[in-house]
Ligand binder design. Structure first.
Ligand code: PLP
Length: 442
């Protein structure tokens, strides 16, 4: 399988180079040259999610040095449960379900993509003599998932940069509780300063002589591909039981998770209607309504991990399916404001009997807004992207109860935390790296 740039001006690369590069050489995003097609019967002997992943992902590994490791990579990636839980009251009996993507180490769906990328990159590039150093700037959720995924992996290091005082206490803990191969830097600045520092470090020739750098940002194809697995597994499970295709409502920011859902449908999995739920960042909703793509600065909302004004994966979606006139025929979208998120968290607690996180609440609000016919057309799967205990300062006042902390999260919260404060300068970053990792080379 070759991977092509959405901009068409880069040489095709195989999976291994696609994983190493992240971005295509022409600045575009990498996509497989074509999507494999499946029938539900192709998964007849695939029972658990690892079996489904092995069948679904095998064509993407054609020509990769990792093909022989596929089963092991899949076993490492899907080491936690991803259950489809039926919820709802008598009226909606069996007509709404939650796809719980939050049972991983940092209690959010990014654990899947980060885990897969770590499993692949360690095998390709892990070298105890000259470790690969992953640089990641984070506004909260991504950095924790990446740190957790690479924690303790031989021949790999992570440097996480986050804005000091601008992430929640629990997010900060998830960024700072790891072993010696993870260096957590609290930057005296904003997220943009962290991102600028990562770019500067990657471009700096002196640092480049001492360390082998890579990044693990969300546009790496290794973050995207494994995510189609849980849509395949959930839709097959429902289809086998009922003979019908479930619809999915996906909380959406940078559009990676929803794109994986659309890709599963394109590959022939029994996925019904797909609806994107965004927060007040309306770029996608406006594009579908006006046919004009107008990216803008992001706006802060309660569903902060979805605060994206210029979703980069739109470039992949347009390249795969077409422009807004085509997209809006095949994909729904609703932009949900903060007041509706608050109401949905309360309504979920009353109706389902448990709390949802503010991101998941954009999906449940969207489900309640579906017109009668559409709502009754199929079972709707609400994609639960994070555990509400990660966002307890928002959720607990709304429901008037404490949110129980799941075991994985409790383990992370009880670990010792360490981080190094730095000024937003390349010298400060280099100094912190020398202090932890030595001065290289390697
Ligand atoms: C990252 C994130 C999202 C948005 O996912 P995209 O792939 O960027 O659309 C939604 N919910 C949570 C909890 C997240 O961490």
């Amino acid at each position: 399988m070759q991977y092509l740039s959405t901009r068409g001006a880069a040489q095709p690369v195989n999976l291994d180079d696609a994983l190493r590069q992240g971005l295509a050489a022409d600045g575009g995003l990498l996509l497989p040259e074509s999507l494999p097609r499946f029938e539900p019967d192709d998964f007849a002997t695939a029972h658990d999610i690892k079996d489904v992943a092995a069948v679904l992902l095998r064509p993407f590994f054609a020509g990769s040095a990792l093909l022989g490791d596929l089963e092991a990579i899949v076993a490492e990636t899907f080491s936690f449960a991803i259950p489809l839980r039926e919820v709802g009251n008598a009226k909606d009996d069996g007509r709404v379900a939650l796809l719980e993507l939050f049972h991983g180490p940092t209690a959010a769906f990014k654990d899947v993509g980060a885990g897969f990328l770590a499993a692949c990159l360690t095998r390709l590039e892990g070298d105890p003599e000259a470790p690969l150093t992953i640089l990641v700037a984070t506004s909260g959720d991504t950095g924790g998932a990446v740190a957790a995924a690479f924690d303790g992996r031989a021949g790999m290091r992570v440097v996480v940069l986050f804005p000091d005082g601008r992430v929640s206490d629990r997010q900060a803990q998830q960024l700072t509780c790891w072993g010696d191969n993870v260096l957590s830097l609290r930057v005296n600045g904003a997220f943009d300063d962290c991102q600028a520092l990562v770019k500067a470090a990657l471009a700096d020739s002196a640092l480049g002589e001492r360390y082998r750098f890579s990044s693990a940002n969300s546009i790496n194809i290794g973050r995207l591909l494994p995510q189609s697995t849980y849509y395949a597994h959930a839709s097959l499970e429902h289809f086998r039981r009922t003979g019908s295709r479930p619809g999915f409502i996906v909380p959406t920011g940078n559009l990676g998770n929803a794109l994986a859902c659309v890709m599963a449908r394109e590959m022939g999995l029994p996925v019904g209607p797909v609806v994107l739920a965004t927060n007040a960042n309306r770029t996608i909703a406006d594009y579908f309504a006006t046919l004009e793509w107008l990216p803008r600065a992001s706006e802060q909302t309660l569903a902060s991990a979805m605060d994206v004004g210029d979703p980069s994966n739109m470039e992949r979606l347009r390249s795969l399916l077409g422009e807004a006139d085509v997209l809006r025929e095949r994909i729904g979208v609703l932009s949900v404001d903060d007041e509706s998120i608050r109401n949905a968290v309360r309504a979920d607690y009353e109706e389902f009997g448990f709390a949802t996180c503010p991101h998941t609440a954009t999906a449940s609000h969207t489900w309640r807004q579906l017109e009668g016919d559409l709502r009754d057309a199929c079972t709707w799967v609400l994609v639960a992207t994070a555990h509400p205990a990660k966002f307890e300062t928002i959720v607990e006042p709304l429901i008037g109860e404490p949110v129980p902390v799941p075991d994985e999260l409790a383990r992370i919260l009880s670990r010792p935390s360490r981080s190094v404060p730095i000024e937003p300068s390349l010298e400060a970053l280099a100094q912190a790296m020398f202090a932890r990792f030595g001065t290289g080379p390697g």
